[in-house]
Design a protein around this ligand. Structure first.
Ligand SMILES: NC(=O)c1ccc[n+]([C@@H]2O[C@H](COP(=O)([O-])OP(=O)(O)OC[C@H]3O[C@@H](n4cnc5c(N)ncnc54)[C@H](OP(=O)(O)O)[C@@H]3O)[C@@H](O)[C@H]2O)c1
Length: 259
């Protein structure tokens, strides 16, 4: 029987490519996001291309009740989630006094709260079965503060810290928890976050295929807790530990500014 992977944010970018990658390697997939048309057409494509089962669950993870409802819907259908990819997330660019607080609260709900709840509900079942893997999509933003995207960077610092702690707790139970930390990647993310003209996104982004290849391979074959795709990103995240935090924060601000 095929293993089943649940992927949040499967309708575009990193989640969409993970869906292809897992289906191609013989996994049944549960595709979660808000965009119904995109998910239904993706599910049809994956089923016909790879002969796997693809189930669509529509969910707006910014709604407080959504994660529990998603878990209930999946378990009511008698589905077992062997692998969970907590990928849905978004950012927002701007000076904190000017950004829309409702967008920031939604961001905290999607990037932090939903990810935590889904890890809890599906993770507890994995612990009971003594088997399973959870990949939480953080970011290289997790390693330092991010002026002009203060809330986004802080959400990703949470994801990294939470995932590392959970990896330690659940290793003896046979459940692997990992944080995937991509740097700037060519997806719809920069559009949603209004970041396209920032220096960061103008200077060398990775392709989504490279990020997913690295994430998939490390998740399935290596014993890593923190996965950082790309040599440059690995060097940067290690180097900044030795630079005073205030200086790093100033550098990040310069990189974040629009051209
Ligand atoms: N691209 C980058 O540079 C980059 C770098 C580091 C980390 N990341 C992280 O990678 C993850 C995926 O982002 P991406 O780059 O692939 O961006 P993307 O192309 O914009 O995809 C974001 C995905 O999240 C889903 N999503 C957003 N809000 C949601 C909500 N309220 N409920 C349910 N699903 C929601 C979207 O689906 P719907 O709109 O259909 O709901 C979409 O499928 C995010 O966690 C992001 O923070 C991205």
């Amino acid at each position: 029987m095929n293993k089943t992977v649940l992927i949040t944010g499967a309708s575009s970018g990193i989640g969409l490519h993970f869906s292809h990658k897992f289906a191609e390697s013989g996994h049944d997939v549960i595709l979660v996001a808000r965009s119904e048309e995109k998910l239904r057409s993706l599910a049809g494509e994956l089923e016909s291309q790879y002969g796997v089962k693809a189930i669509v669950v529509l969910s707006d993870l910014s709604k407080p009740e959504a994660s529990k409802r998603l878990y209930d819907e999946v378990t009511t259908q008698g589905l077992q989630v062997d692998l969970l990819i907590n990928n849905a997330g978004f950012g927002l660019f701007g000076e904190f006094e000017q950004t829309d607080v409702s967008k920031e609260l939604d961001m905290i709900q999607v990037n932090i709260t939903a990810l935590t709840e889904l890890s809890k509900y599906f993770g507890k079942d994995m612990v009971r079965r003594k088997q399973g893997k959870i990949l939480n999509v953080a970011s290289t933003a997790a390693f330092q503060p991010g002026p002009l995207m203060a809330v986004y960077y802080a959400t990703k610092a949470y994801v990294l810290s939470f995932s590392e702690a959970l990896a330690n707790e659940w290793e003896p139970h046979g459940v692997k928890v990992m944080a995937l930390c991509p740097g700037a990647t060519q997806t719809g993310f920069s559009n949603v976050a209004e970041l396209e003209s920032s220096k960061l996104f103008q200077s060398g982004v990775m392709s989504v295929e490279e990020v997913v290849e690295a994430g998939y391979s490390d998740m399935m074959t290596k014993n890593k807790t923190v996965i950082i795709p790309g040599f440059k990103n690995r060097v940067l995240t290690k180097t900044i530990r030795f630079i005073p935090r205030k200086m790093v924060t100033n550098i990040v601000r310069k990189v974040q500014e629009r051209i």
